[in-house]
Design a protein around this ligand. Structure first.
Ligand SMILES: Cc1cc2nc3c(=O)[nH]c(=O)nc-3n(C[C@H](O)[C@H](O)[C@H](O)COP(=O)(O)O)c2cc1C
Length: 303
């Protein structure tokens, strides 16, 4: 009997549905699947108010994590661990970081093969780099990565995802498509579990080679990597500055967050359009380099 542990943290339930579909063809009489939702000790709101949402920014960027409840009645050991996570401010979500920094995570994940499963708006590449560091710190082995992103990529989801997170509304409006991942993409995630089932029966999780290749597990757009890197660097600087203004929920913190919000709005209307133009020209001369970056960040599973 093979044992698979599935861990995830989802607020609206979207990642929960992705996880459900992912594992729908995995379990049978020879494969036991144990699904657990990570529970933060202090719960996070959903939908969010603007300031509560923004208040999480510095701690999420610096990956402070939060206290999470200990998981009970787990098996002694698992053959494979599937770790479902969402992205918060270009990093793995705070409850997932909290769990990965816990002593329980060190015990459960040590020397275990892990498949990461991301469901987010559109920017996960730098967060997965951070996830690799967190997994290394608990001596886990990353086997595969699957990433599903919101429909209406890029520009549309810049509007539809925040609207969804701040109001709970996911429906289409005006020129915008519905928020979140396409339901057909969520449904199609069952192909990954089906492949894992076959691999587990052949003991291939022990070999250290990726199991989910040629299934369209990830799709990195090389042209967006530079923006993610710049945004990651800038957010690290702002996270430090905002923390200097005060602790979570303090008046000082509000002032710092307001300044940062003004900076972001100015950026969106000035530097971002200029950057898009400059990048369009630069990208013409960097096709080879961008392709190489795509291949690098699409590892281990690839397209
Ligand atoms: C505080 C916060 C910050 C977020 N930052 C990002 C981000 O940097 N990149 C991204 O692609 N999605 C981001 N998202 C969207 C989430 O990754 C995810 O798609 C959304 O929260 C729905 O997930 P759920 O299953 O928890 O409801 C953010 C969400 C929250 C709540």
């Amino acid at each position: 009997m093979k044992k698979v542990l599935v861990l995830y943290y989802s607020q609206s339930g979207q990642l929960g549905s992705v996880v459900e579909s992912f594992i729908s063809k995995l379990a049978d009489e020879k494969i036991k699947v144990d699904v657990r939702r990570i529970e933060p000790v202090e719960t996070y709101p959903y939908p969010w108010s603007f300031y509560k949402f923004a208040d999480e920014f510095p701690e999420a960027v610096q990956m402070d994590g939060c206290k999470v409840k200990e998981l009970e009645n787990l098996e002694e050991s698992y053959d494979l661990i599937i770790l479902g996570y969402t992205i918060w401010f270009l990093a793995p979500s705070t409850p997932i970081v909290g769990f990965l920094k816990s002593n329980q995570a060190k015990r459960i994940l040590k020397d275990k093969p892990v498949v990461t499963l991301i469901a987010c708006r559109d920017m996960w590449v730098m967060a997965q780099e951070k996830m690799k560091g967190l997994l290394r710190a608990v001596d886990a082995r990353l086997l595969d990565n699957v990433a599903l992103t919101d429909q209406g990529k890029g520009i549309y989801s810049f509007v539809t995802t925040p609207r969804w997170l701040l109001t709970g509304k996911k429906d289409a409006f005006s020129i915008f498509p519905p928020a979140g991942i396409l339901p057909s993409e969520i449904e199609a995630a069952s192909r990954f579990g089906e492949r894992l089932k076959k691999a587990l029966k052949e003991n291939r999780e022990k070999q250290g080679e990726p199991l989910l290749q040629n299934l369209g597990a990830v799709n990195v757009n090389g042209k967006l990597i530079a923006s993610e890197m710049i945004a990651t660097r800038s957010s690290k600087i702002w996270a430090k500055i905002i923390k200097l203004f005060g602790k979570k929920r303090s008046f000082g913190r509000r002032v710092g967050l307001t300044l940062y919000s003004v900076f972001l709005v100015l950026l969106v209307f000035t530097v971002v359009p200029l950057n898009i133009l400059v990048r369009k020209v630069l990208n013409l001369f960097q096709e080879e380099k961008l392709k190489a970056l795509e291949v690098k960040y699409e590892k281990p599973s690839g397209r």
